[in-house]
Design a protein around this ligand. Structure first.
Ligand code: AMP
Length: 386
């Protein structure tokens, strides 16, 4: 109905973010560029997002009175971390709009609900089964075959809570590995590559996707992303069409990332959804007119979406705490920046731990291959003696 849409939340307003990591930090920087104020809510202090926000609230997600007080101080709540309890987003929603809403969060924070939603709505996913006993697991292995991947239904990301099952003899130990948690058994996808689509949708239904990103992982953690992905024109269109269908089916107001497998036979399968900005989208900060963080901001505030085209091919390399450990201390930043095309982003985390995302490097170049070579070489130079 015309006129029933909420009015846009304009610059000068105060926004609330649940979660305080690097995604919240880069969102906050984008929001401040547009003249918004930002309050951050998480259990921690001196966080990546809190360091750049106006107010950092350090309280448990379960303290719903404190959550409501936080929500009363802001005009909209968004999140950068999807594993906040549903009760937390519901408490916010009693006071202000939460975007994307609690239903999107509820579906995407649980792998079984997510895959069931995708399958029921006709989106392609690998065959899967719910697992609550060893008998379920044995039946799934019989029906869907091996190899397969067994994952915990909740709280999984970056390959956490995930095991590969190759032989029937491995089923009992895989079942004990779940520690009694609800699991999801997925037929193994023999994929040629992994890609992602970061897309935004407004309350009015305006949709915009960034170019498709191609991702390589190391030890289950994203390592290098480049864009545009090496896909056929038909696959690129299909990836964006799937993303648009998913954002529409979920009625997302905000930004959502679709992770996809490209199978060896060329088919696209949806692996996972993240109802937020994504590590693979970081190169948009340096390679697109609108970053994924500004796009999230525009979508949640009800502003028109920005241009998503790539200005040039680009690549991003993650900097994990391992770099500090290998360098035996501070990495050689000056050496990495010897190439003037390299951009450095650090997240303000004091302690470098193995596997912890500390920052990233981006480069733009004439081709994606050249951009990948540049970020890899720059990352190698970080280890040069100071
Ligand atoms: P996820 O936490 O579900 O994103 O999985 C992390 C990584 O594990 C993915 O990026 C894939 O590389 C791999 N993976 C997950 N599920 C499957 C599957 N069904 N078949 C093959 N590889 C998978």
């Amino acid at each position: 109905m015309p006129g029933s849409l909420p009015p846009p939340i304009l610059p000068g307003a105060t926004l609330g973010v649940l979660g305080s990591g690097q995604l919240g930090r880069m969102f906050t920087i984008a929001a401040r560029q547009l003249g918004y104020r930002v309050q951050i809510y998480s259990p921690d202090t001196d966080t990546p997002a809190g360091q750049v926000g106006d107010v950092e609230v350090a309280a448990p997600y379960e303290d719903l009175e404190r959550v409501r007080e936080f929500a009363r101080a802001v005009q909209v709540v968004t999140f950068e971390f999807e594993n906040v309890p549903s009760a937390t987003s519901r408490a916010c929603a009693e006071v202000v709009p939460v975007r994307p809403d609690g239903e999107v969060l509820h579906i995407t924070q649980h792998r079984l609900r997510e895959k069931t939603f995708l399958a029921e709505n006709g989106f392609p996913v690998t065959p899967f089964r719910r697992i609550t006993s060893l008998a379920d697991l044995e039946a799934a292995a019989r029906d869907l075959g091996l190899p397969a991947v067994l994952k915990t239904a909740s709280f999984g990301y970056d390959g956490k809570g995930q095991q590969m099952i190759r032989r029937p003899e491995d089923l009992p130990s895989a079942w004990s590995g779940l520690n009694g948690a609800e699991g999801i058994f997925e037929a193994f996808v023999d994929f040629a590559k992994e890609v992602s689509v970061v897309a935004a949708r407004t309350a009015e239904g305006q949709f915009a996707a960034f170019p498709v990103f191609e991702n390589t992982h190391a030890h289950h953690i994203l390592d290098v992303t480049f864009a545009p992905a090496h896909l056929t024109e038909a696959q690129t269109q299909e990836a964006v069409r799937l993303a648009q269908g998913i954002l529409e089916a979920l009625k997302v107001v905000g930004l959502l990332t679709v992770e996809l497998f490209v199978a060896r036979d060329g088919r696209l399968l949806v692996n996972e959804l993240a109802p937020r900005t994504h590590n693979s989208g970081h190169l948009t900060l340096d390679a697109c007119a609108t970053s994924q963080f500004e796009q999230q901001l525009r979508a949640v505030c009800g502003l028109p979406l920005g241009q998503t085209q790539l200005r040039q091919p680009a690549a991003m390399a993650n900097l994990l705490g391992d770099v500090w450990l290998q360098a035996g201390g501070t990495p050689n930043w000056a050496a990495a920046l010897e190439d003037p095309d390299i951009k450095l982003h650090l997240y303000g985390k004091a302690e470098a731990r193995r596997g912890r995302k500390m920052g990233h490097l981006t480069a733009v170049a004439a081709t994606p291959e050249e951009a990948v070579a540049k970020v890899r070489q720059a990352r190698d130079r970080l280890l040069r003696a100071l």
